[in-house]
Design a protein around this ligand. Structure first.
Ligand code: HEC
Ligand code: HEC
Length: 327
């Protein structure tokens, strides 16, 4: 597509002016970001966490005791081997009940400003009770979770030694799981090492990064998580059809401006976390790129541009979190 055609698409399809102002202010903000004036910051090499609590949280994360029919664990939908996300388009919970949303990765979720696609949880500990009593996901009342944990042969002793009291309460369980999730960070992506001046990126990835900034992807995908720090529209420039029940911010706030608005997902480890988008509707990364460029920036990417962006995105895969392989 020639530039003038791009311009026409822009002119015909512009959303109200405030969206433009919003985007511009975000890009200004991202340009002033701390790390060597780059919009993306490396994941820290070390994140402080309480090892005892995280160890307990790890055990809980992989324990089917937390689901009604004892078949589902947190890891069923947040599989460490698929980047902490679900390989299925939408997650399936207990009794194989299909959900509506694609499970985002739990890796680096500690760096997100809020949790869930619609940001309804303030932090990781608050997030935990969501899947537990979701009738599709794990399907237990919080009282039943407490009952099971308190009757367990090992948990009472473990919780007592860490939290100093019994009976086990949901808040302590959520605290332990959140501490484990804090440890699920993935440092040393090639791109981070490049930002720290430790290696040269190959040319395609460097050009891809330049493009990512130039065409405006970085306006929404920036910071430590290359996302996860604001709400933005799917369809910021060329709207996509809105459907009831899509798990957007509107579903939570009822505000018409929040239709098709989501927490921007992280692009960390994006090569591992497909399928993509809130409903898992994009099976491959190149499908998402097309959709993002068209609906969120207003133009069609060339094949070469897709190749460069893919090279950059592939450089965002970091180390597997060390805690997963520690005893
Ligand atoms: C049946 C599948 C399933 C199970 C089991 C499950 N999750 Fe999730 N998880 C999801 C889905 C789907 C979402 C997104 C839902 C939404 O945003 O409305 C999600 C969202 C999250 C998020 C938010 C991430 C982000 O970037 O917003 C975290 C953290 C998380 N889950 C942790 C857990 C923990 C801890 C457990 C176990 C207690 C768990 N999940 C169990 C499917 C599951
Ligand atoms: C206006 C803000 C905005 C811009 C600009 C933008 N994105 Fe996004 N991006 C989002 C939002 C919001 C989502 C989630 C949409 C959804 O799930 O339906 C998303 C989702 C994605 C995803 C899927 C992530 C996942 O885990 O499902 C990828 C990959 C992505 N964007 C890459 C890009 C690239 C590359 C560009 C530039 C061509 C770009 N984005 C431009 C806001 C933006």
């Amino acid at each position: 597509m020639r530039n003038s055609d791009n311009d026409m698409v822009y002119l015909q399809q512009w959303q109200p002016l405030w969206r433009l102002i919003f985007l511009l202010s975000i890009s200004l903000l991202s340009m002033s970001s701390a790390f060597a004036m780059e919009p993306i910051e490396p994941i820290p090499l070390h994140v402080e966490y309480n090892e005892q609590k995280a160890g307990l949280g790890k055990q809980l994360f992989f324990d089917p005791i937390l689901s009604k029919d004892q078949t589902v664990t947190c890891a069923t939908c947040h599989d460490p081997d698929t980047g902490g996300a679900d390989y299925r388009a939408v997650s399936e919970g207990i009794f194989n009940r299909p959900g509506k949303m694609n499970a985002p990765t739990v890796f680096n979720s500690y760096f997100n400003f809020r949790q869930f696609w619609d940001g309804r949880a303030d932090n990781l500990a608050e997030q935990v009770s969501g899947p537990l009593h979701n009738p599709i996901e794990m399907g237990l009342t919080l009282e039943e979770v407490e009952r099971r944990l308190n009757l367990h042969p090992d948990y009472p002793r473990l919780f007592k030694s860490i939290y100093g009291k019994l009976p086990i309460r949901i808040d302590d369980m959520a605290d332990a799981i959140a501490e484990f999730e804090k440890a699920l960070y993935t440092p040393n992506a090639k791109f981070d090492r490049y930002l720290r001046g430790e290696l040269e990126l190959d040319k395609a990835a460097q050009d891809g990064y330049r493009l990512f900034k130039k065409i405006g992807c970085a306006a929404c995908h920036n910071g430590i998580n290359v996302g996860g720090n604001s709400y933005q529209y799917l369809g910021a420039v060329i709207p996509v059809e809105w459907r009831e029940g899509g798990g957007d911010l509107h579903q939570r706030t009822g505000d018409p401006f929040d239709k098709n608005r989501y927490k921007v997902p992280t692009l960390r480890n994006i090569a591992l976390t497909g399928p993509y988008l809130h409903d898992g509707s994009a099976a491959s990364l190149d499908m998402v790129l097309e959709k993002m460029a068209f609906h969120n920036l207003g133009f069609k990417l060339s094949d070469d541009q897709v190749t460069l962006l893919m090279a950059f995105l592939n450089s965002l895969t970091g180390d597997r979190p060390a805690i997963l392989d520690s005893p």
